[in-house]
Ligand binder design. Structure first.
Ligand code: ADP
Length: 246
């Protein structure tokens, strides 16, 4: 399907849509978020990015959350909800958003459902699944140049000379959070945090799981866009209009 098709339906529709993207660290979620925002023409709203912007700008909110984020803890639910709700009020969100990193807790999920009900916002939830052994292999293969910050992957993007930076010639290192035991911990934390939220959505809104273990990002993006198209077509059939009532 041409990328423009889903875009046409989204913009011709009077109901804004929030596409919510979930995926574990190392799943390629960032790449999918980028492809989807381009193809659906929806703004990419990442709570992590918004919080980091506040910290960088030194706003009162940024000062409030700085230590919490540094400690790797979650920011409070009311604060994050307020941030998302304010963001949705901006004109570029009139047709919808791609949500990334939110909701992270069951309370946030319930608040998003409530907010969607109040605003006539449709929710489409996507879970990008990747086999954890594949993720571990991807991330443990990463190597970093300590001098210029260039990232390599011994399997996917190796340096010209094994173990040496192409630019600096420096000896490449493994980042602390790319060590296998740390990766396993991060994946376990993702499971504990996200699984209940996905379960919550699976029975309440349109929900899809796509397997990204061995497919090219473009193919995966096609499958997701096709599914979004079908979700709109189903709703159009039910109501006899262009995607209403989903
Ligand atoms: P990660 O680096 O874990 O992928 P993000 O970039 O999405 O995380 O977010 C960075 C930090 O911002 C999180 O560790 C957390 O402290 C905070 N944060 C982001 N989104 C949320 C949210 N929805 N609820 C609570 N805290 C959040």
């Amino acid at each position: 399907m041409a990328a423009g098709a889903a875009y046409r339906i989204l913009i011709s529709d009077q109901h804004p849509t929030a596409v919510v993207l979930f995926g574990p660290p190392g799943s390629g979620k960032g790449t999918q978020a980028k492809l989807l925002t381009e193809r659906l023409r929806l703004p990419h709203v990442s709570t992590g990015d918004m919080l980091r912007e506040h910290i960088a700008a030194g706003t009162p909110l940024g000062i409030e959350v700085r230590e919490i984020i540094k400690a790797g803890q979650l920011v409070s639910d009311p604060l994050v909800i307020r941030l998302v709700e304010d963001r949705l009020d901006r004109p570029d969100c009139a047709l919808g958003v791609l949500l990334d990193g939110f909701p992270r807790t069951l309370d946030q999920a319930a608040m998003l459902l409530d907010l969607a009900g109040r605003r006539g916002l449709r929710l489409l939830v996507i879970h990008l699944k990747v086999d954890y052994d594949v993720i571990t292999a991807r991330l443990t293969g990463r190597r970093l140049c300590p001098q210029c910050g260039t990232l390599y992957n011994i399997r996917l993007k190796p340096p010209i000379v094994s173990g040496r930076c192409d630019i600096e010639g420096a000896r490449l290192i493994v980042r602390d959070d790319d060590r296998e035991e740390v990766i396993r911990q991060r994946l376990a934390a993702y499971d504990a945090q996200t699984m209940p939220v996905l379960e919550f959505f699976s029975t309440r809104v349109k929900f899809i799981e796509v397997d990204g273990s061995s497919r090219k990002p473009e193919d995966l993006s096609n499958e997701i866009v096709n599914w979004i198209q079908t979700a709109f077509d189903d709703a159009a059939e039910m109501t006899g209009s262009s995607g209403e009532g989903l």
